[in-house]
Design a protein around this ligand. Structure first.
Ligand SMILES: [Zn+2]
Length: 324
């Protein structure tokens, strides 16, 4: 009698274990966001050493999740997760000379589909420190965009923990979004795959607090009405609606746009409700609504996994592709 009971317990524990792995956990979000948006990271200014540390940290997380490195090869010949983007030295004097992207790859399991790429992206930089201020001088960027970077990491963790999807997923945190999108521009100019093979980019920006303009627990997608991507993800269970403030032109205000003008179906998921801490030192960890972030992000897991396993190719709706 002993063995079958033990076996049953094992089967039960395994079947309980799988769904636990497939969920984004609030404690992981708190840990990652708490580090990225800590004062020690000095606001992760575009092109700064703190931006570089953020990229190395995110890369080390990608490594822990079992992703393939998508960054540069170091002096010992080992490929890493961080990509250094060297910028034109001739640009305006104040511009950073290098910026850093963190790139992890979950290689598709189906040889016929692995050439098709889903991108999950965010920006890891923020606007640093302003020494001329009195009081809090550090722009921690907890919402903008430590929240999006954490979302990329946590989607990577859960998607890498289950059965490997058919299509390849690139998890990327870009540097220097705040200073002109240098990280994403460099990545695209040196893309490891032809842009036509990128099925979609889901960019994540400012997800740390609920937007009162949309239903509780809901995120919104910039340019929702422009392509078939948002409606399809929503139909598959994503708590995703259209951007409630089209007059703000958010579709054009993040790295997704740099890809979208090159033809890639690329949108930004957000819940930015125009809070007054935007680009202020008060965009702090203490203002983050972790239960909201956990719940809303979890609604994306199944739809994104579906997208990575499907043959669905989103398209721009007639006349809705942004002009270059
Ligand atoms: Zn941002």
């Amino acid at each position: 009698m002993k063995t079958p009971r033990a076996l049953l317990a094992l089967v039960l524990s395994l079947s309980l274990y799988a769904p636990i792995l497939a969920q984004i956990r609030e404690d992981n979000i708190r840990a990652e966001l708490g580090f990225l948006a800590s004062d020690a990271m000095q606001g992760r200014a575009s092109g700064s050493n703190y931006e570089r540390i953020a990229a190395e940290y995110i890369g080390s997380q990608f490594r822990q999740f079992g992703l393939e490195p998508g960054g540069d090869t170091d002096s010992s010949g080992t490929k890493g997760f961080v990509q250094r983007a060297q910028l034109q030295p001739a640009t305006q004097g104040a511009e950073p000379r290098s910026t850093w992207n963190a790139i992890g790859v979950l290689r598709g399991s189906d040889p016929r589909a692995a050439g098709e790429v889903i991108m999950i992206s965010a920006h890891l930089d923020h606007i640093g420190v302003n020494e001329t201020l009195t009081g809090d001088k550090i722009f921690n960027g907890a919402d903008d965009d430590a929240s999006g970077s954490v979302a990329v990491m946590e989607l990577a963790r859960v998607l890498a923990s289950g059965k490997r999807p058919r299509r390849t997923i690139y998890f990327i945190c870009f540097g220097s979004e705040e200073r002109g999108g240098h990280g994403s521009r460099y990545f695209i100019a040196n893309s490891p795959v032809p842009l036509t093979q990128i099925v979609a980019d889901l960019n994540l920006e400012m997800l740390g607090r609920p937007d009162p303009k949309v239903p509780p627990g809901t995120l919104w997608l910039t340019g929702f009405e422009r392509s078939t991507l948002g409606p399809e993800l929503a139909r598959r269970g994503a708590a995703l609606v259209g951007d409630p403030r089209p007059e703000q032109n958010f579709f054009r205000r993040s790295d997704n746009y740099i890809l979208a003008v090159r033809g890639v179906i690329a949108h930004t998921v957000s819940s930015f409700g125009m809070h007054t801490d935007y680009h202020r030192p008060s965009d702090d960890v203490s203002k983050i609504d972790f239960p909201f972030m956990t719940k809303s992000l979890n609604s994306l897991v199944k739809p994104v996994r579906w997208l990575a396993n499907s043959s669905f190719r989103p398209t721009w709706l007639p006349g809705q592709a942004p002009a270059r």
